[in-house]
Design a binder for this molecule. Structure first.
Ligand SMILES: [Zn+2]
Length: 152
């Protein structure tokens, strides 16, 4: 189990958080800390609006722009993933779990994480030959697999 998985499940003290930020080339500020903590705590793939509301409970001074900018920064640094609006049906959603995993999108808009072992089996089940053929036919290189399942 590596660092990023731990941070999702435990309460991090300031030093641990600072170390994670430093590892990803990011300076820790009060606002970044608040946004990241809110994202790590919320396992439901929240929208920026939901995170703003959570951050405001701790620090009402943080602006909407700061939350959006901070989320952009966290995604750029590899500390969070953005789930595009097109697939989740509404606003972009965010995920502090940066491990490769499959999402199951429910009719009511909830996004569930498929357990790590099942995610791996799903992703591994896509044949390399198929990816190679697809790459050839479209003239691109497939660099990764993102699988999204639907459910009720
Ligand atoms: Zn997820």
């Amino acid at each position: 189990m590596n660092h990023e998985l731990d941070q999702h499940d435990q309460h991090l003290d300031g030093d641990q958080l600072r170390a994670i930020f430093t590892q990803h080339g990011l300076r820790m500020t009060r606002q970044r800390e608040a946004v990241y903590r809110a994202l790590c705590t919320n396992r439901n793939h929240p929208t920026a609006e939901q995170l703003l509301a959570e951050v405001h409970q701790i620090d009402p001074e943080v602006s909407q722009a700061t939350v959006y900018n901070t989320l952009d920064t966290l995604v750029e640094c590899g500390l969070a993933n953005r789930i595009p609006a097109s697939t989740s049906g509404g606003a972009c959603r965010y995920d502090a779990d940066i491990h490769e995993h499959v999402h199951l999108v429910l009719d009511d808009g909830r996004i569930l994480d498929v357990p790590q072992d099942l995610s791996k089996r799903l992703i591994d089940s896509v044949p390399d030959a198929l990816l190679a053929e697809l790459g050839e036919r479209l003239g691109v290189t497939c660099s990764g697999i993102k699988i999204e399942l639907s459910g009720v």
